[in-house]
Design a protein around this ligand. Sequence first.
Ligand SMILES: *Cc1c(COP(=O)(O)O)cnc(C)c1O
Length: 365
Amino acid sequence: MKVPFVDLHAQYLTIKEEIDDAIARTIANSAYVRGPEVEKFEQAWADTVGVDHCVSCANGTDALYIAMRGLNIQPGDEVITTAHSWISTSETITQAGGKVVFVDTDADTFNINPALIEEKITSRTVGIIPVHLYGQSCDMDPIMEIARRYGLWVIEDCAQAHLATYNGRQVGTFGNAATYSFYPGKNLGAYGDAGSLVTNDSQLADWCATFARHGGKGDHVMEGINSRLDGLQAAILNVKLPHLKLWTDARRCVAARYDALLADIDGIVTPPVALGRGHVYHLYVLRSDHRDALRKHLGEHGIATVLNYPKALPFYPAYSYLNHSPEDFPVAHTHQSTILSLPIYPEITEEMIQYVVEKIRDFDS
Ligand SMILES: *Cc1c(COP(=O)(O)O)cnc(C)c1O
């Protein structure tokens, strides 16, 4: 048996007619960049998250950059973020003129440890970017409390956390703004790059929308960038959005099966979920002290796994200039050699899940 890490084609087949229609309709209208499908999606996504405004853009990385520019980041301003994320979170801080300040993670949730944020705050700190990694919300109460106390903005990186909740409230509604990626493999994915930022701040939304579209159409009130959502991608997202809730439930069922079936296997730590978190399982990440050998064993049996990510951010060459050592981020550093992402997607079958678990059990014995 072969178990791919994700199977985007399997999902396409379940909605093929609607998708094909939406693509044909968009081409018939020549509505390639922005247009009615984009406006419809922006409204629908704002409604889904429960915020007033959604500004679509080309991808989730741009969304972070645009949001920071909208919050008026200045050269040399320090922005605090997690040591464990995809590099978009930190590279955009630098692109926007800021200075990246990493904080170590929590041992269970892989998310930024709020107890370690305050010691990193200086007179130059302007904001915090918590990342709801793998689909589990960060501990938002203490993060928002620190932000309020020090007058910092918060941008939630929700690229992996569509519909995730914290104490019953949806992520993306806590910070000054939140950013989403609709990259094909994300929980809500287009058929190419796509992204958005959401906010309740109408002035911020206006500024970001103008900035992302060359600083205004007709009247350039400022210099901007070109970061727009394609009509085709919006049309696809409009077809997929109504399915997101069920797909999220399906991911939760897969995770629950893995949790149950892996529970008694020595040396495998299944991903803990903290109290009050509605995890949406963009990724199912277990831990093993024999991660590399386990990964090789699974690969030999046709099971694809991924490392999200091979290193914690401070330990990539891109950040060697910060001169960090493992002791600076002991938790994230330990995780980088123990984490392993198993295949998880709404269309994975019970048979495949059992096969994956059987092969993990083989390895153990
Ligand atoms: C995917 C991702 C992004 C960037 O999204 P793109 O649409 O690929 O630019 C940002 N942050 C995190 C945590 C991500 O997983």
